[in-house]
Design a protein around this ligand. Structure first.
Ligand SMILES: [Zn+2]
Length: 445
């Protein structure tokens, strides 16, 4: 059959050494002291004989635009896959290595990052050599882990469990079999922060997705590859609480129970999926400018530095945020503020499946809108993917911004911009993903 899709898969161990500084929580004060479970990059390379695309899924907090460019450069050198056809997506585990400079005191893991970039490109090279014709199908189940983590009470928004808040507990499963029906690879998709393990954990772990992937791989045996795609989950996280509201860390016993439960759900869904040939691979991406909210006068930040208290909220400023403020003040003074930040939005279509990715921590509502509209406008199934090809921080919905809270204000320690993203970002992100999905659908195959 013309243009029938081939798939190659590879699994690369990317576990950092004990001692490596971990990413995600600012409260940690030393490097990793143990390894609970290994971190992996699971690579899927798709080809229709004319167009190829690679999806590299990583047990990492995120990946910078610079590291993405470096991996893409290596992929171009080593394979026939264009760099722009590579999607690097991360699980957002908060128990893995830092992948960028962010802490006031943490050494940057540059030796690890150099090796990581070579490993990710190597994974694409390996998967690209293993291409074989596959049949595929999509199925869905459900898993009761995610909860909305923005609770607004009396006008104050806290990071607490909000059972009434928007959440999507769907587990999407992609089944890929050889033409004779032999199980070949699986991809699972879930939209929930990988923050089961809290800041007190110093053991490297892939969090909830890690052991679930391993469960699926053990079930199918051989070199079956299970990849995890993180859906937009800027405002959802695992529902481990101490009192129904206040979040706490899971224990590793609880995490391992999640692995078995989620892994079993994936296997159960996978078994029920009917497979069919996939036709055509197409890729489209675009760089958009992400609008930011009003930028305060430099005096606001100077006062913040001097008093070590935020002038608007009265809250104490952490050492990490003080470093951030100092950097911004220097930019005001050298007239080099980043006022027009960019984001790469990328869509890969494989047969009737669309992978739509964003480079930050995107609220679940964006992903649900993309999925619904791709289905309604194109009749295709979409999986939304966040923290891919860059990490630009939290991108909240327009509706959430007036409520404030962690995700709306998080730019004050992690962003390159002197203000947070404006509510206009939501429409730009969703509309651009849709336009790109239309482009890939029109690309034929
Ligand atoms: Zn996050």
């Amino acid at each position: 059959m013309a243009n029938q899709v081939q798939l190659g898969a590879a699994s690369i161990n990317i576990t950092p050494s004990v001692g490596t500084w971990m990413g995600g929580y600012s409260g940690r004060d030393h490097g990793a002291t143990d390894i609970h479970d290994d971190l992996y990059a699971k690579v899927l390379v798709f080809s229709d004989g004319e167009t190829k695309a690679a999806i590299v899924t990583c047990d990492l907090i995120g990946i910078t635009e610079e590291s993405t460019a470096s991996v893409r450069g290596l992929v171009e050198e080593q394979t026939d896959i264009p760099g722009s056809h590579v999607m690097i997506a991360c699980s957002h585990t908060h128990s893995g290595p830092t992948t960028r400079e962010w802490r006031y005191d943490a050494p940057f893991n540059d030796a690890y990052m150099h090796e990581l970039e070579r490993k990710l490109a190597g994974g694409v090279q390996v998967a690209n050599r293993r291409l074989q014709t596959v049949v595929a199908g999509l199925g869905t189940g459900s898993f009761p882990l995610a909860v909305n983590r923005r609770l607004t009470v009396d006008g104050k928004t806290r990071m607490q469990a909000n059972p009434e808040g928007v959440v999507d507990r769907t587990v999407s499963v992609l089944r890929f079999d050889a033409e004779d029906g032999t199980p070949f690879a699986t991809a699972l998709h879930y939209a929930c922060h990988s923050t089961s393990m809290g800041a007190s954990n110093y053991a490297i772990s892939a969090d909830y997705a890690g052991g679930a992937k391993a469960f699926v791989e053990h079930t199918y045996g051989g070199d079956h590859t299970a990849a995890f795609l993180l859906g937009c989950c800027g405002n959802t996280r695992p529902n481990f609480t101490s009192d129904g509201r206040s979040f706490r860390s899971a224990t590793f016993e609880e995490l391992e129970s999640v692995w078995r439960g989620l892994g079993a759900e994936v296997v159960s869904v996978r078994e029920s999926i009917d497979c069919a040939p996939l036709e055509g691979v197409a890729v489209a991406s675009r760089e958009v400018t992400v609008p930011i909210r009003e930028v305060p006068d430099v005096s606001f930040y100077k006062e913040a530095l001097e008093k070590e208290v935020w002038p608007d909220t009265g809250e104490r400023i952490s050492r990490d945020s003080l470093k951030w403020v100092r950097n911004r003040v220097a930019e005001y003074e050298s007239d080099s503020l980043l006022l027009d930040p960019k984001a790469e939005i990328q869509v890969i279509r494989v047969g009737n499946l669309v992978f739509a990715s964003f480079p930050g921590e995107i609220f679940i509502e964006f992903g649900m809108a993309v999925q619904e509209r791709v289905k309604a406008e194109l009749g295709l199934d979409a999986l939304h993917v966040e923290l891919a090809n860059g990490m630009i921080g939290y991108v909240p919905t327009a509706e959430a911004i007036p409520d404030g809270g962690y995700e709306v204000m998080a730019y004050r320690h992690g962003s390159q911009t002197p203000s947070g993203y404006s509510g206009d970002a939501e429409k730009i992100f969703v509309d651009t993903a849709l336009e790109l999905a239309h482009e890939t659908a029109a690309a034929g195959g």
